[in-house]
Design a binder for this molecule. Structure first.
Ligand SMILES: Nc1ncnc2c1ncn2[C@@H]1O[C@H](COP(=O)(O)OP(=O)(O)OP(=O)(O)O)[C@@H](O)[C@H]1O
Ligand SMILES: [Mg+2]
Length: 243
């Protein structure tokens, strides 16, 4: 069987002496959209730092299609929990930023980013400032910028949580279509059980309270496709102690 697009094996996560999580094994298959749900403070963002190579885990490995990339940044695209656009740059320049950072000539970067504006539903916004866009449009611009990091494995940390309910549902649906269309493999963090079920084909439950000395772990995994949405929701709520 082919190696997963991205796989974490038995990660131990900490900030200095402060233990956050242990025994964390998660993966995303090729072309899959999987989710991680967990309460605030359990260590979801910390886990993404390790998957993105921004921090080296205290133990365990991160594999990209079988290649060890533990502690190596830049191999997966990563949209931060607060992925703010730079307020004094146009939407086009904001989107082109990852290419410019990588040394692509500014005009070429703008052309490449601009060619994707229609795909991301942003046509006509190229020369606007971020403040002139709606919340949903800003989020699509941030997703475009993440896509232009140019890796086909993407990590998204609560990408829709700042949006109103209607926009969130629309954007979620649109995003799932984009993952298919662009051939991405995606791992999405959310604290919303319904969002996880709507978005993910599989959902991991990450739970613990590191600040209270309860180190977090993956406490459950639900196959949404196999179980169906109602059973999946009941299972997730059970794992989270909500039912
Ligand atoms: N840079 C840091 N230095 C020290 N501790 C940190 C740091 N970042 C996070 N922590 C701690 O690690 C634990 C997990 O934080 P993390 O941000 O990963 O949680 P989270 O699950 O993403 O929460 P939320 O849902 O609120 O975003 C928390 O106790 C937090 O205080
Ligand atoms: Mg977080």
């Amino acid at each position: 069987m082919a190696a997963p697009a991205l796989e974490a094996q038995n990660l131990m996560l900490s900030w200095g002496d402060f233990a956050v999580a242990e025994g964390v094994s998660v993966h995303v298959d090729e072309g899959e959209l999987a989710c991680i749900v967990g309460r605030s403070g359990c260590g979801k963002t910390t886990l993404f730092h390790a998957l993105a190579g921004l921090e080296k885990p205290a133990d365990g490995r991160v594999l990209l299609r079988g290649e060890d990339i533990t502690g190596v940044p830049g191999r997966v695209s990563y949209m931060l929990q607060k992925d703010l656009l730079l307020p004094s740059r146009s939407i086009l320049d904001n989107a082109a930023l990852p290419l410019i950072v990588r040394g692509v000539d500014r005009d070429a970067a703008r052309a490449k980013a601009g060619a994707l504006f229609a795909t991301f539903g942003l046509e006509g916004t190229e020369d606007l400032w971020p403040a002139q866009l709606s919340g949903g449009m800003r989020q699509r611009a941030a997703l475009l910028r993440t896509y232009l990091m140019d890796n086909d494995v993407v990590l998204l940390d609560e990408p829709f949580s700042a949006l109103d309910a209607i926009t969130r549902v629309e954007l979620r649906r649109w995003f799932a279509g984009m993952v298919r269309e662009l051939g991405l493999s995606a791992l999405v963090i959310t604290h919303d059980v319904d969002e996880a079920i709507n978005l993910g084909s599989r959902v991991y439950v990450f739970d613990g309270m590191p600040r209270k000395g309860i180190v977090s772990r993956i406490v459950g995994e639900v196959d949404v496709r196999g179980e169906g949405p109602a059973a999946a929701k009941a299972a997730l709520e059970g794992y989270l102690g909500l039912s």
